[in-house]
Design a protein around this ligand. Structure first.
Ligand code: 13P
Ligand code: SF4
Length: 379
C-alpha cells in the first residue's frame, strides 16, 4: 500500500478537514507498553493516511484508547459499528463495520455478536435495536441527535395520514423509532428513489426531508403525487448551487476538470450542478472509481467524514477541492465515550424501546429490506 500524504496542504483550493480530536482526559486508559503504543500509533497513522493532521504524536496520544477498546470488544464479544461521518480514529481505529445507513442496518441485524455498539447518532442506534431486539445495543452519545429525526414526531405522521387518507407513508431512515412505527416503509439515501417508484398507488407521503421529497417530485412528475414534509439536514442544507458554480469557474480557469459528487440530502439546485449523486458509501465508491481512472480532482458535497474515508481508502494521489461541512451531532462521539460505554454503560447509553414500537417499526424496516432486494432483482 502506498502511504501517500495526499490532499494535505496542496493548494488554496484544497478542502480543509477538521483537525484530529485529542482525548479529553476524562478516562485513564489501560496501561500498555511503549512498544505496543508505538505499533498501534503507526497502524493508525498508516490506515488514516493524513500524516500531517494525524501526526505520530497525535496517534500515540490516542493509541492507548484504541488498544483498550479493541481488547474490550474481543473480551465482551462486541460488534462495533460506525457511520462514515465518525472521525477516522473511530472508523479506522476501532470499527468492525463502516458504511452508509442501509448497509449498517443490515450489519446490525446480521452480526452474530449479541452486543452492538453503534458509534453514530441516536436514530441509527435505535434502528439497530429495532432490527435486532434481542441484542444489547449500546449508544455512547445519547445526546447525539439529528436535525431531520428531531424535527418530526409520531403525531405529525398521524396528522398527515388524516389529511391524506389512503396515501402510504414513506419515512427516511433519519427518524425516531416512534415515527417509524407510524410509517409503512422506511428508505435510505441509497434506495429511496427505487422504493418510491415501485410502491403501488398514485400518491405517497414522504417524510421528513424536503429536499429528497423534491427530488422525488421531479423524478416522478406526472406519475405520482409526492406529499412532502418540511424537514432538512442542517449539514447538507448548507450547500448551494451557486457555490458549486463558483468552484467550477475557479477550477476550469486553471485547467482542472472537476467532478462534483453530492449527497441527496442537498437542494435540487446542488443536485443539478452535480456529476453524481449517492449515499455516503456510494459517493465514496464513485470517488475511488474516478480517482483510479485518473480523475483526481473531486469535490465532495457532503459531510467531512466522506472525505476522510476517500483519503483512507484510496491508494492513488487525489485532490479534494472545496469545502465540506461537519455534522456537530455525528462528531459528538469520541473514543473516550466508546471506551466508557464498553467498560460500564450508563443506563441512557443502552437503547431501550417499547416492545410495541419495536414491533410496528420493524414492519416498516422489513418492508424496506424486502423492497430493496426485490428492486435489485427486478432491474
Ligand atoms: P447515508 O450514510 O445513508 O448516506 O446517510 C447520510 C446521513 O445523513 C447520515 O446521517
Ligand atoms: Fe442528521 Fe444531517 Fe447530521 Fe446526518 S449529517 S446526522 S442527516 S444532521
Amino acid at each position: 500500500m502506498k502511504a501517500v500524504a495526499h490532499n494535505e496542504g496542496s493548494g488554496d483550493m484544497t478542502i480543509e478537514l477538521p483537525s484530529a480530536p485529542m482525548p479529553r482526559g476524562s478516562l485513564i486508559p489501560g496501561s500498555y507498553s511503549e512498544f505496543e503504543i508505538e505499533m498501534e500509533a503507526r497502524r493508525l497513522q498508516s490506515a488514516i493516511k493524513q500524516p500531517v493532521r494525524w501526526s505520530l504524536d497525535t496517534c500515540r496520544a490516542i493509541a492507548p484508547l484504541t488498544l483498550e477498546i479493541n481488547d474490550l470488544k474481543r473480551e465482551k464479544d462486541v460488534f462495533l459499528i460506525a457511520h462514515s461521518y465518525q472521525t477516522p480514529d473511530i472508523t479506522y481505529g476501532v470499527a468492525d463495520s463502516v458504511a452508509d445507513s442501509y448497509a449498517l442496518s443490515k450489519d446490525a441485524r446480521d452480526a452474530p455478536q449479541q452486543t452492538i455498539l453503534f458509534s453514530s447518532v441516536r436514530f441509527m442506534a435505535e434502528t439497530a435495536k429495532i432490527v435486532s431486539p434481542h441484542k444489547l445495543v449500546l449508544h455512547p452519545s445519547p445526546q447525539a441527535g439529528c436535525s431531520l429525526s428531531d424535527g418530526i414526531t409520531a403525531q405529525d405522521i398521524r396528522d398527515l395520514r388524516e389529511m391524506h387518507p389512503g396515501a402510504p407513508v414513506v419515512c427516511y431512515i433519519n427518524t425516531s423509532a416512534e415515527v417509524k412505527a407510524e410509517c409503512d416503509v422506511c428508505v435510505t439515501s441509497s434506495n429511496y428513489m427505487r422504493i418510491c417508484e415501485i410502491l403501488p398507488g398514485d400518491s405517497l407521503i414522504f417524510v421528513p426531508d424536503r429536499f429528497m421529497g423534491k427530488h422525488l417530485q421531479n423524478h416522478l412528475a406526472g406519475k405520482k403525487e409526492i406529499i412532502v414534509f418540511d424537514g432538512e439536514c442542517e449539514v447538507h442544507a448548507a450547500f448551494t448551487g451557486d457555490k458549486i458554480r463558483n468552484w467550477r469557474k475557479r477550477t476550469t480557469a486553471v485547467g482542472i476538470n472537476l467532478k462534483v459528487l453530492s449527497h441527496p440530502e442537498c437542494d435540487a439546485d446542488v443536485i443539478e450542478e452535480s456529476d453524481f449523486v449517492g449515499s455516503s458509501e456510494v459517493l465514496m465508491n464513485e470517488a475511488l472509481r474516478l480517482v483510479s481512472e485518473g480523475n483526481k480532482d473531486l469535490m465532495l458535497i457532503t459531510e467531512c467524514g466522506t472525505a476522510d474515508r476517500v483519503i483512507a481508502e484510496s491508494d492513488d494521489d487525489l485532490n479534494l477541492i472545496g469545502a465540506c461541512v461537519m455534522c456537530p451531532h455525528m462528531k459528538t462521539t469520541q473514543l473516550e465515550d466508546i471506551l466508557q460505554a464498553l467498560r460500564n454503560p450508563r443506563p441512557e447509553q443502552v437503547i431501550e424501546l417499547d416492545a410495541d414500537v419495536i414491533e410496528r417499526a420493524s414492519l416498516c424496516l422489513d418492508e424496506m429490506f424486502r423492497l430493496t432486494e426485490y428492486s435489485a432483482s427486478a432491474f
